[in-house]
Design a binder for this molecule. Structure first.
Ligand SMILES: [Zn+2]
Length: 92
């Protein structure tokens, strides 16, 4: 679990959604959106949850700084493993 962060479509800056979630939930929610009152531009945004990311504690703060694309790859692999872990409990 971690705070879901989305991105302001106007400023492209990260905005905390106030929602605590995890990757498995995000992937399950699919096209759901979250409404945020944006501190960056002052507008309300309805943003797809799947466009946001969850700040993960297990990302080593001492790890070398990653480029945005490297970070996305890392987050995607975390999402995949989180989903894989969640699957057995949902099997009928
Ligand atoms: Zn905004």
């Amino acid at each position: 679990m971690g705070p879901l962060t989305v991105f302001c479509p106007n400023s492209r800056r990260p905005v905390a959604s106030g929602i605590e979630t995890d990757w498995a939930t995000i992937l399950r929610l699919g096209r759901a959106t979250v409404r945020v009152v944006c501190p960056e531009c002052g507008e309300n945004h309805d943003l797809p949850i799947s466009d946001g990311y969850v700040a993960r504690m297990e990302i080593d703060p001492d790890a070398p700084v990653l480029s945005p694309s490297q970070r996305l790859e890392r987050l995607f692999s975390l999402a995949q493993s989180a989903l894989r872990r969640s699957l057995p409990s949902h099997r009928m």
